[in-house]
Design a protein around this ligand. Structure first.
Ligand SMILES: [Zn+2]
Ligand SMILES: [Zn+2]
Length: 132
């Protein structure tokens, strides 16, 4: 069981099985949200325990299609909680327990600012197969 929460503690969730993978997204959107290190959870493993009323949704304009959620009170980015997809990303930042994964890939490396240096040997992609 891996617990997660927002900074102020209003939103709490748990993952009943460990995330399937972990990657770093260097796109400007994830960077601005402060949520570049992402883990992917199966929808059936994700359980919201508290704070549904504090979850705000940001629905982007086309061509972007992935919604983002965050805490209305403290602003913690919560990724795609509530997604209809079988698997969706949530920021590793909001986990309270170790996901026991390391960064396995970097996406949108072409958008990476020069101040961030990749210091691991994980696979790098200039973009992503999917518009994000
Ligand atoms: Zn909060
Ligand atoms: Zn991104």
């Amino acid at each position: 069981m891996i617990k997660g929460s927002c900074c102020c503690g209003s939103i709490k969730f748990e993952l009943t099985s460990p995330p399937s993978m972990m990657g770093m997204c260097h796109c400007s959107r994830c960077r601005k949200l402060g949520a570049s290190a992402l883990v992917f959870t199966d929808k059936k493993s994700f359980h919201l325990l508290e704070g549904q009323e504090f979850i705000a949704r940001y629905v982007p304009s086309a061509p972007y299609k992935h919604i983002r959620t965050f805490c209305k009170i403290c602003g913690t980015a919560l990724g795609e909680i509530g997604s209809e997809n079988d698997s969706f990303p949530i920021p590793a930042n909001c986990l309270d327990d170790e996901p026991r994964l390391a960064i396995q890939f970097h996406v949108f490396v072409g958008s990476k600012p020069s101040w961030y240096e990749i210091c691991d040997n994980a696979q790098q992609f200039q973009e992503s197969p999917e518009q994000h």
